[in-house]
Ligand binder design. Structure first.
Ligand code: SF4
Ligand code: SF4
Length: 252
């Protein structure tokens, strides 16, 4: 394992991002077969996950919460995609390695009309020690909560993994995200239902036009990944109410 290359990568990325973590591919045994790192990069050995924090202030803006969320998310997605590309070139310049940048948002892969990331960034982040799953189904970093937007690179370079966080990030009795959800996206056992949340919380001007009939739905993946890219968000409730997305008391 190349400790030196890992250090080089950390130094290269440090001024550009908020957090970075490393996950050996052996930690992805439970990933769906089509979304396993080995299907993404030849001879995959390591998934490198990095994140940039987005400002909490926008969640609490009196009048413009959704406007800021829209602009911030789509700006940071493009930025993280560029950083992923640069990191791949950096890794490939250091030896006979291959590296593949994971899209921060799209292209998405549609299976049974539901969107999936090529690689699940939140599962990759947990495997790379950046955080743990909370009851909302999101990944929570110990300091930044769910305010870390993520990018990743899968590489054939074998790099030492970071320690995984085992602790449940949620306070014992908290169910605030589930109680506040206006769409009923959590079932009676608290399991998150993506198929309920997404139609409620993401909108795009093109969806009602391009996806109104069978002909459009046949090209769902292509439409969402091209014309539907800059979607609008209509719900932030689970993010806004979560205590893990507030600053820790010692930093207030
Ligand atoms: S984004 Fe809104 S609809 Fe989706 S889970 Fe959170 S609170 Fe529910
Ligand atoms: S609102 Fe509460 S239960 Fe939901 S993710 Fe945040 S801390 Fe966990």
């Amino acid at each position: 394992m190349s400790k030196d290359l890992k250090k080089n990568i950390q130094e290269y990325m440090a001024p550009l991002i908020t957090e970075i973590g490393f996950a050996p591919v052996s930690r992805f045994d439970n990933a769906p077969e089509k979304h396993h790192p080995a299907r993404i990069c030849k001879n995959a050995e390591t998934v490198i996950v990095f994140g940039i924090v987005v400002p909490r202030g926008m969640l609490h803006s009196p009048d413009y919460r959704l406007y800021f969320l829209h602009r911030t998310y789509h700006s940071v997605y493009m930025h993280l995609d560029e950083l992923g590309l640069n990191l791949c070139n950096f890794i490939e310049s250091k030896g006979n390695y291959m590296a593949v940048p994971i899209p921060t948002f799209a292209p998405l892969v549609y299976e049974n009309m539901m969107p999936w990331g090529v690689l699940s960034l939140k599962h990759a982040a947990v495997n790379a020690g950046l955080g743990a799953f909370g009851r909302s189904g999101l990944m929570y970093h110990p300091e930044h909560g769910a305010m870390l937007r993520l990018g990743a690179v899968v590489t054939s370079a074998p790099l030492p993994g970071d320690q995984v966080i085992e602790n449940d990030p949620c306070p014992k009795k908290c169910r605030a995200c589930q109680e506040v959800c206006p769409s009923g996206a959590f079932d009676a056992n608290g399991a998150f239902k993506k198929e309920v949340c997404l139609p409620y919380s993401t909108k795009h001007a093109i969806y009602p036009i391009a996806l109104r009939d069978e002909k459009g739905l046949k090209h769902l993946e292509r439409i969402i990944n091209t014309a539907g890219y800059n979607y609008w968000l209509t719900c932030t409730e689970c993010l806004r109410i979560c205590p893990l997305n507030r600053r820790s008391p010692e930093k207030q």
